[in-house]
Design a binder for this molecule. Structure first.
Ligand SMILES: [Zn+2]
Length: 378
């Protein structure tokens, strides 16, 4: 199946109900993508991922991190195993990031030149070099449905001058990513098995917290005619109003007929807000990371505000209710708050799994409702 994006309906506020067709299947948008860092959505097994959320339909698309898979087990091994889909036994769509964000946030002793980034692994201190071309080679070997251009993530806060300089590098790297990708995209592991289908390469708009730079970055990337565009470098510690403002200022300059992806956001109410502004794709580690820390998301009434519950608290020790009485997830249908608290306090791994499953279901249900409401014009 070749890449396509169609929009059924656009709301007055900008929210779009659409559909992304990818080599491994169809993704209904707006969509939330669970993060499977090292080819695993932490603590949640693939069979469960396929069933959680609205109507038991499960996650439509997940994300994997290029930096982590490159370091361990290595992209060559993943390619030998048939690509990341086959390696982890996940036959639905996937997306890989470029590795840029992790190189800049996790690794030590980075040295950035116009060629690329030299860095040391956060695992064993070994030295590595990532260039746009190398990021493309790694992502093609991993073989997700969507790959991302290699970008520099500027530190925050950063001055306008520093941000503009970094953005210039990101644009040059985007062009190099595209040129290399176009030459080598037919070497994706499933090229023949899927009848000559190929990955799609998305661009990443940078520009920090400066609206004029966001505009410039969006315009520059749009000239490169990529099939989709991400907004990167947000949710890195800035106030929420700034995140929202930067998303709004960027969306204005992105083509309406291409998917828009905001990377690394957010809380459940944020993903709903951004979807209603016209964002089609989002990913975040929050539902699983919060779950592993005993933090659960719920609504006390249907349509009410999102509440955060710390399952460790003693007040839940004898609480017979499910996490969320209106949630139909496999955890809430079966287990009490008291049992989940016990698992967490006792350090039982099942507790981390069940908390992650509920939170993921909560995110997927939220997005399913938003899609339904956008389709109905609500
Ligand atoms: Zn639930």
């Amino acid at each position: 199946m070749a890449f396509s994006f169609e929009i059924d309906r656009t709301a007055a506020e900008g929210g779009r109900r659409g559909r992304l067709r990818l080599p491994h299947g169809v993704v209904e948008t707006p969509v939330f993508m669970p993060v499977g860092t090292a080819a695993s959505v932490k603590a949640v097994e693939q069979g469960v991922l396929e069933e959680i959320g609205a109507g038991g339909n499960g996650a439509q698309i997940i994300l994997a991190n290029t930096y982590h898979l490159y370091l361990r087990p290595g992209h060559v091994l993943v390619r030998t195993m048939g690509g990341v889909h086959r390696f982890m036994s996940w036959e639905r769509p996937m997306l890989t990031d470029s590795g840029g964000f992790q190189v800049f946030s996790l690794s030590a002793l980075r040295k950035v030149t116009s060629e690329g980034v030299e860095f040391r692994s956060h695992l064993d201190g070994s030295k590595h070099f990532f260039s746009p071309e190398h990021s493309m080679d790694v992502q093609i070997a991993l073989g997700a449905d969507i790959a991302m251009v290699f970008d520099e993530c500027v530190e925050t806060p950063a001055s306008w001058e520093r941000t503009r300089e970094s953005m210039g590098l990101t644009h040059a790297w985007a062009q190099r990513s595209k040129d290399h990708f176009e030459l080598h995209k037919e070497t994706v592991p499933w090229f023949e098995a899927l009848g000559g289908a190929m990955q799609s390469l998305f661009g990443i708009v940078q520009g920090g917290m400066y609206a004029d730079l966001r505009k410039e970055s969006a315009e520059r990337l749009v000239e490169m005619e990529l099939p989709g565009y991400a907004v990167g470098g947000l949710a890195v510690g800035e106030p929420r109003e700034v995140t929202r403002e930067m998303i709004a200022r960027t969306l204005e300059f992105l083509p309406e007929d291409k998917p828009r992806y905001v990377m690394g956001v957010g809380y459940p109410d944020e993903i709903e807000e951004y979807a209603r502004m016209g964002v089609d794709m989002m990913d975040c580690v929050l539902p699983t990371r919060a779950g592993r820390h005993g933090l659960l998301f719920l609504r006390e009434e249907i349509g009410g505000p999102v509440v955060r519950m710390n399952i460790k608290r003693k007040e839940f020790a004898e609480d017979q209710r499910p996490i969320d009485e209106s949630c139909r997830c496999m955890v809430c249908r079966r287990y009490t708050r008291a049992y989940l608290r016990h698992l967490f306090v006792a350090g039982e791994p099942l507790g981390l799994t069940l908390n992650s499953v509920h939170n993921l279901a909560f995110y997927l249900d939220t997005m399913e409702r938003v899609r339904r409401e956008l389709a109905a014009g609500i």
